[in-house]
Design a protein around this ligand. Sequence first.
Ligand SMILES: [Zn+2]
Length: 151
Amino acid sequence: MAITDKIYVKNHRQLSSQLETNIPKGAFKGATLDMLFQGEGLEKLDDATRDRVLDFTQDFLDCSCDNNPYCGCPERKFMTYLLELRAEGLGPDAIVDVMTDDYMVYAYSGDVLSFLDNAVRTLEAAEGLARVDGAEEKHDEIRRAKRNLER
Ligand SMILES: [Zn+2]
């Protein structure tokens, strides 16, 4: 399961009741994305909640693909966001705190940790391949990305 399947809406029940509809707990579930994408009923939310929901929409659902929000961009962008937080030196617990502050979503820090571990392994594999190819520049770039993650 991808990390984005394990990102949950904080205060999910409260949000559902403000919206007067039942949205799934998973932030990247189809029905949640639909609700966010269409922006239906968002005016019923309190200000603090609405700001975060709108930030989430702007930051992750803003692509112009025909099948938005089902194009995979939201998930990809969210993973990039997690990797950027890691590159800033944040650990899994801090990353969860920041995503809650930013977007009112949360994850279990263990899930974030395994996502980061996998990302490092993927980069290691890419690093090995680049070395085989003799692509020095690519190799350095990957090694830098990996060092950022491990820091
Ligand atoms: Zn897209």
